[in-house]
Design a protein around this ligand. Structure first.
Ligand SMILES: Nc1ncnc2c1ncn2[C@@H]1O[C@H](COP(=O)(O)OP(=O)(O)O)[C@@H](O)[C@H]1O
Ligand SMILES: *[C@@H]1O[C@H](CO)[C@@H](O)[C@H](O)[C@H]1NC(C)=O
Ligand SMILES: *[C@@H]1O[C@H](CO)[C@@H](O)[C@H](O)[C@H]1NC(C)=O
Length: 377
């Protein structure tokens, strides 16, 4: 049952920051002077947010990142600790500044515009002594990277590979060092534009096929699409292309065009259902024209349909989604359940200002249907 993963250790390496969030009635023009309608100072950064999410759901996350020994750095660490994230592997520099981000949330368009100032000095592999790295990875079920701090991340990833610890990679955009990391990943969760940007493919489904072909270790790749939910391509467990395997598993030996397959799944969406749902194909040979063929299963995960009055801020929705995926992998959720769960967690996040306020705890009523075996009391 899902509770078996309670206290499961995971490791994350990536960005933390302090977010200064201001909600405005409408996005300002240059030289405008306007007032915020609400304001919040809160911890942020992809890795900080995703691990906070995972911790509230019941995992025991350890974070590898860097702050400076300034007021903001101390606040970042304190807030993570309060949320149960282990910060003992964080580097703290005596000088320099901690990372921070100005975020303007436009309540009209629901957009969130970020101005990020990286911390200084940047994290280097030397900031993480080998003994700390080994202790951090000891007993870890999963390692997650958000693509930042790439030099340190690569060292952590290589050690994780040595220890056979699976890796989940958040591929938000093309970044320095990202290719080396993504090659080591077992699971990839991408932002909407990444698959096509990385592969040059003409459609998202083709790009997902291309990613599985280029990255032979990948078990699944997910692309998140905001209010349009997500698409997942999972490599078939028996990725072998031998005819006998297809017959044995009842897999169609015919190839399906991946774009057409996605269209046929889209037609099965039921717009009168407002909670997250999942639609999947059978295991099929998926063909992407001009790219190639993989054996796998395609899924559509719908987002929750949040009433406009409840949709406050989408900052960190992707991080919430990933935090929930980390949990779902540790809890061995079926793929359909995993996608519905992640969309539910992300939707909860969208109902409050900031990347963390709305992150649900495992006991939250909105998660009851996913957390079957509740603790006895
Ligand atoms: N407006 C929204 N309404 C409902 N769910 C949302 C909304 N925006 C995001 N989500 C949920 O959060 C997930 C990740 O959001 P997305 O915007 O794709 O990520 P990012 O924050 O990385 O840009 C989506 O797949 C969806 O489940
Ligand atoms: C790993 O963790 C176990 C259990 O907590 C402990 O007994 C062991 O000494 C640790 N090993 C290292 C290398 O830290
Ligand atoms: C869509 O879902 C609603 C609510 O569950 C159900 O009543 C309806 O029959 C479904 N429509 C289709 C076309 O499946």
């Amino acid at each position: 049952m899902s509770r078996d993963c309670e206290n499961t250790v995971i490791v994350g390496c990536g960005a933390v920051s302090v977010d200064f969030l201001a909600t405005v009635a409408a996005f300002p023009n240059p030289d405008d002077k306007i007032r915020s309608t609400s304001f919040k100072v809160q911890g942020g950064g992809n890795a900080g947010n995703a691990l906070t999410c995972a911790s509230r759901l019941g995992l025991k996350p350890r974070l590898i990142s860097k702050v400076a020994d300034d007021t903001q750095g101390r606040d970042i660490l304190h807030e993570l600790q309060v949320d149960g994230v282990d910060t003992s592997f964080m580097a703290v520099s005596q000088d320099g500044t901690s990372p921070f981000t100005y975020i303007i949330v436009d309540s009209q368009t629901k957009s969130r515009t970020c101005i990020h100032t990286p911390g200084f000095p940047p994290m280097k592999p030397d900031d993480l002594p080998e003994s700390s790295l080994l202790t951090a990875l000891n007993g870890s079920r999963l390692v997650y990277f958000d693509g930042r701090l790439h030099e340190t991340a690569l060292v952590v990833a290589q050690e994780a590979v040595k220890k056979n610890i699976p890796i989940l990679m958040d591929a938000e955009r093309l970044r320095e060092g990202l290719d080396d990391l993504v090659k080591l990943a077992d699971y990839v969760v991408c932002a909407s534009r990444f698959p096509q940007a990385w592969t040059g493919a003409s459609t998202v489904p083709k790009a997902l096929v291309c990613m599985l072909l280029r990255l032979p270790n990948i078990k699944f790749v997910i692309v998140t699409l905001g209010k349009d939910g997500c698409i997942m391509l999972e490599r078939s467990a028996n990725g072998s292309h031998s005819f006998t395997v297809f017959l044995a598993e009842g897999v169609s030996t015919e190839e399906m065009d991946v774009d057409k397959l996605l269209e046929s799944l889209e037609m099965r969406k039921n717009r009168s259902i407002h909670i997250p749902t999942c639609i999947s194909s059978s295991v099929t040979k998926l063909h992407a024209e001009g790219i190639g063929t993989v054996c796998g299963r395609l899924y559509i995960g719908t987002a929750e349909n949040i009433p406009p009055s409840e949709l406050i801020d989408t900052t960190g929705a992707g991080d919430a989604f990933i935090g929930a995926i980390l949990y779902a992998i540790c809890a061995n959720f079926a793929r359909e359940k995993m996608l519905c769960f992640a969309a539910t967690v992300a939707a909860s996040k969208c109902r409050a200002l900031g990347a963390r306020s709305g992150l649900p705890y495992s006991t939250d009523p909105c998660l009851a249907s996913f957390m079957h075996s509740l603790p006895l009391n």
